[in-house]
Ligand binder design. Sequence first.
Ligand code: NAD
Length: 487
Amino acid sequence: MSEHTLNVAGVTVDTRHWIGGERVASADTFVDVSPIDGSVLGEIARGTTAEASAAVAAARAAFPGWAATARAERARILHAVADAVEKRIEDLSIVETHDNGALLRSHRRGVMPRVAHNFRFFADWLVGLGHEDFDTRGHTNHVSWDPAGPCVLITPWNAPLMLATWKIAPALAAGNTVILKPAEWAPLTASLFADIAAEAGLPAGVLNVVQGYGAEAGNALVSHPDVRRISFTGSVPTAKTIAAAAAANLVPASFELGGKSPLLVFADADLDLAVDLAVEQYDNAGQVCLAATRILVEETIAQEFTRRFTEKASALRQGDPRDETTDIGPNIHTRQLEKIDGFVQRALTAGARVVIGGRRGEGQYYAPTLLTDVAQDSEIVQEEVFGPVLTLQTFTDEDEAVRLANDTRFGLAATVATGDRGRAARVTDRLVAGTVWVNCFFVRDLQAPFGGSRHSGVGREGGTWSFDFYCDLKNTVSAPKGWRDHG
Ligand code: NAD
């Protein structure tokens, strides 16, 4: 091991930035800690304005070549990246689990295969991308997608590589070059991925990774005048800071933010299914933006729902995320645990009642928690906790259910459990949310628009929406007259 590499359970990870196809160190570093046991994984390069500028310059230099690369060739390289990810699923899973504490089995079976799929999907979409020409008084209109230029991608720690590649893949497919700034609490898979992509044939400078803190490296990147797009996934306060930086340079920006999504359970629902959907909200120790953390249950079935929920949730196994039988792993950081517990303790002081949990566990674990007797305007109902904490409220009819569901500043997702198709149609029509699931949860097709309303985000990603965002659309109008035949 050199001074710039870590050994994470047998997998070597470089701790430096990846700029212009080369590893770059920084004068300073920051410490990366594993949430599993609080052990120090290593010291990571702490980027500043200098590294941010170098990365934007590298992305600028690589842009003309990548943008001019034929679509079929770009698609071939992105498929090669997907192949390479598939060969390293085990390594990527091990590193991610040690870095952010999410379940190893989820990484192996769901998350990392999805990383590869992100590249395949957008590579194929690129090949099929087209637009019918149309006619205006004999003139031909031809719409084309021109890549925008260097894109800055800023991502959170809860699903680090999956969320990063959900941006990297369409940005690169569209012909842009990118600079990724991963979250400082889980920076390792971004670095490992840079090596994997380079070995798969991605040209130097097309993908750059700058490590560091948001206020330093992140801020320097989003403020850089040569950046043409900013795509951010993270919290609302950070989004506001980035939006201001984007406004200063008039750069289009997309924001995927937090949520406080509802699960509406009607008396006509399949109750076991509804309970399963509710218990599923503890996935990733509750650190999921889409999580339906507000359970709204029709009063007549509330008691039975609570009984079955308690039975099922109490059987969840909390522990080491590397263990195949674990259902809930640790939370990311002691600071996050304190934040979660603060929310719960203030809710209890305000009169909430604990159904299950309501306390910290050993180490960096928080007991899966359900609180009831919570007021609609209370902090615990209105603010995103981002931990394994759910609230339960009751309603008496459809109108009240919809009113409670929509009474939030967020609008990321909503889940409805009902056996009545008419009700499903009526209720989903009235819900304010970027995604509504009916009798299911977390089914996400990359063709679908994904994003949030209100404070849950600005813009949509997925399929054509991603290409629209990462491209400057151009309409070329050609007159019927004026052509010379050079035949
Ligand atoms: P965060 O906003 O604290 O940090 C996200 C990223 O922004 C990190 O990489 C951080 O370093 C960077 N950053 C911080 N300040 C910055 C600045 N001034 N300039 C540029 N970059 C800066 O969020 P987090 O705690 O890492 O993530 C949790 C949040 O993300 C939750 O609110 C969650 O709901 C949200 N999230 C949303 C989605 C979605 O798709 N809607 C998905 C996952 C997570």
